[in-house]
Design a protein around this ligand. Structure first.
Ligand SMILES: [Zn+2]
Length: 171
């Protein structure tokens, strides 16, 4: 994969045979619209592309396609696990509005629990750069209610690092 990506950047992805080119998937952290890489995105590397459905400021790149549930809420964190943005559904799930979340540490703010000490999946995903899917966790809402959630963690692959977190209520 790495070798292909390197070759792709040398040859320019437009000329690299399409079947060897890893297809990046993008998802809007706000409205959850999924899209795949296309020429418009390829041309402007490192320039955030806004969501063409809801206008959200950037799309998050995933290695594989991902299908969020209708009630999934996305949270975007920086490389230290601090919240940069929260999408639709997060307020319904947690009672927190985005302004109350910005800059806060993800696990602390949402009172995420249900993992063993030293096994914080957000920290592990950031540290190792690997996805952590289907983590069963408890979230504490703004009103102090415990809610069962399934959490998926996706590390960012750009230079800034960071994390996309999908929180889905679990019944
Ligand atoms: Zn959107």
């Amino acid at each position: 994969m790495l070798a292909i990506q390197k070759l792709g950047s040398i040859t320019g992805r437009g000329t690299w045979p399409r079947y060897l080119d890893p297809v990046p998937y993008f998802i809007c952290p706000n409205c959850k619209q999924r899209s795949i890489d296309h020429d418009r995105l390829q041309e402007i590397d490192n320039v955030p592309v806004a969501c063409d459905r809801c206008g959200f400021g950037f799309l998050f790149e995933l290695m594989d396609d991902y299908y969020p549930a209708p009630n999934t809420g996305f949270v975007v964190c920086d490389k230290d696990g601090r919240i940069l943005a929260s999408g639709r559904g997060v307020f319904e799930l947690s009672g927190y509005r985005e302004q109350e979340l910005l800059g806060a540490e993800l696990v602390q703010r949402f009172g995420l629990s249900g993992f063993e000490s030293g096994q914080n999946p957000a920290a592990l995903a950031l540290e190792w750069g690997v996805r952590r899917l289907g983590e069963h966790m408890e979230l504490r809402t703004r009103a102090g209610q415990e809610k069962a959630v399934t959490a998926d963690f996706f590390p960012a692959y750009d230079d800034d690092g960071g994390l996309l977190v999908a929180l889905t209520p679990r019944s």
